[in-house]
Design a protein around this ligand. Structure first.
Ligand code: 4AD
Ligand code: MG
Length: 464
């Protein structure tokens, strides 16, 4: 078999050559002696046209009855079609049925709503939209690995099962092998986790950061790329219970180095995906961007700098428009999605880093600023999505970290290994977490996180 992508790329040299392709029928139509199949084999975003004629194949009547969705293998001659959208078509000499498709195949030619397609997540990779989304997802993942490896980063595999709540938000999924209906109890009536599989309470990780910091104190430049889990009870278009996060961690680096790395990484990935997936990106540009300006926007971005504003300045800017928001905005508030989007879409009109948040709304490990009120944190906000990155310079001063943990009622004993990093050759260091799905939403214009994950898990929904 030859892949359709290869035919596409080498069309000019293939006139009259005989080839064999295998794929799935996207559309099929016929008149008495002549028929057309649009075939897709997954290698190429665009379909390949197969022309079949009663005089050239011996099973014309059978082929004409194939349903959309059938898997077939076709042998035929390449005919160049320089004036058509496609560079070539195949005139069939032989068409074999690999797997028939029942007539109730749900994906007929018409356009289906994204909501409906979510209900058939096992079939939706066969539609144009999801073929494009999942290809871009794959290529973007590769670009991220390529970016970090070209810069000498070590890919660190951090555990998914953990005893520590990195973000301190209490949004962790518990893991247990205890009998949920009848767990062993301690004398005070609470569940006795010492009898559990790990001999203590464990959860699915919300972030690989703390372990990444350990690796960074040996390799200086590391990154993670793996699944993370949050039991956030927020039924929104940008929260999933299981999502993928990329978390670089760099030693001898401060918040500015951190933002520079984030900006370089995003630009690199955008550029790589636009180069490698032109057909998919054109599809998003034409069908998912109201102004059909997605590609030009992303292209301009690659050549410009992101905005930068402190939290304090950002709140001042937002306060000038406070009538436009449902949630109040004031110094100390946690910025809501509507605030984030206003900043990046209306005020800056491009991606913007917001820095130096009040310590109260950020995690325990962030480095205290000299004002003792704010921490060296940064969030990257982008138009259409809001926050896609959360990062910070880490608190490397043991005494400051300990007193912050005490304020937050975190037990030093539980974090002794993390504190060791400050006892043995601690150095200033920084890192961030990029929500992979949110990056894909930004790059494609797809507005719901359920449509960039192959099998989404969200509040109240874990199909499959
Ligand atoms: O801002 P967050 O909570 O930061 C951390 O977890 C840090 N430990 C990262 C670090 O410094 N190494 O999460 C980072 C990013 C967010 O900006 C967002 O893009 C994404 O992860 N994210 C989610 N994406 C989808 N669904 C959710 N429920 C998400 N929660 C966070
Ligand atoms: Mg965050």
């Amino acid at each position: 078999r030859t892949e359709i992508k290869w035919l596409w790329q080498n069309a000019t040299e293939l006139a009259d050559k005989q080839v064999t392709v295998g794929g799935w029928v996207k559309t099929i139509r016929d008149s008495k002696q002549l028929g057309f199949i649009e075939l897709n084999d997954g290698s190429n975003f665009n379909n390949l046209q197969i022309v079949f004629e009663d005089s050239k194949i011996d099973n014309f009547k059978d082929v004409a009855k194939f349903n959309v969705g059938a898997a077939i293998i076709v042998t035929g001659a390449v005919v160049l079609t320089p004036n058509a959208k496609q560079p070539l078509e195949i005139h069939a000499q032989k068409i074999e049925l690999e797997g028939a498709s029942a007539p109730d195949y749900p994906l007929q030619k018409k356009r289906h709503s994204l909501e409906y397609l979510r209900s058939i997540a096992h079939l939706r990779p066969r539609t144009n939209t999801f073929a494009a989304v999942f290809r871009v997802r794959s290529v973007a993942a590769y670009a991220i690995h390529k970016f970090f490896n070209e810069r000498g980063f070590v890919y660190a595999h951090t555990p998914l099962i953990t005893g520590s709540d990195c973000e301190g938000a209490g949004e962790m999924f518990r893991i247990t092998t205890l009998d949920a209906k009848n767990p062993p109890l301690k004398e005070d009536g609470s569940v006795d986790f010492s009898q559990d599989f790990f001999g203590k309470m464990t959860c699915l990780t919300v972030s690989g950061q703390l372990e990444a910091e350990c690796m960074a104190m040996a390799f200086a430049k590391v990154y993670t790329f793996g699944p993370t889990f949050r039991a956030e009870n927020s039924n929104t278009a940008r929260h999933a219970a299981e999502f993928w996060m990329i978390e670089p961690e760099i030693a001898f680096a401060d918040l500015d180095d951190d933002m520079q790395l984030a900006q370089d990484m995003i630009k690199y990935v955008l550029k790589y995906v636009m180069e490698q997936c032109p057909a998919e990106m054109k599809f998003f540009n034409d069908f998912y961007d109201p102004d059909k300006a997605l590609i030009s926007r992303l292209t301009n971005l690659v050549d410009s700098d992101f905005g930068k504003v402190t939290y304090t300045e950002a709140v001042k800017l937002l306060e000038e428009h406070k009538d436009e928001f449902d949630y109040p905005v004031y110094w100390g508030c946690d910025l809501q999605t509507e605030h984030e989007r206003y900043l990046t879409e209306k005020i800056f009109k491009k991606p913007v880093f917001v820095t130096d948040y009040p310590k109260e709304i950020k995690a325990f490990y962030m480095r205290m600023n000299d004002d003792n009120k704010t921490v060296a944190a940064m969030d990257l906000l982008v138009p259409g999505v809001g926050e896609i990155i959360g990062g910070s310079q880490r608190e490397e001063r043991l005494d400051v970290l300990l007193s912050r943990m005490e304020e937050l009622d975190l037990k030093a004993d539980d974090y002794s290994w993390y504190l060791d990093l400050r006892r043995y050759g601690g150095t200033k260091h920084a890192g961030y977490g990029l929500g992979f799905e949110r990056l894909i939403m930004y790059m494609t214009g797809i507005s719901n996180i359920r449509d960039v994950l192959p099998f989404p898990r969200t509040t109240g929904s874990a199909e499959y």
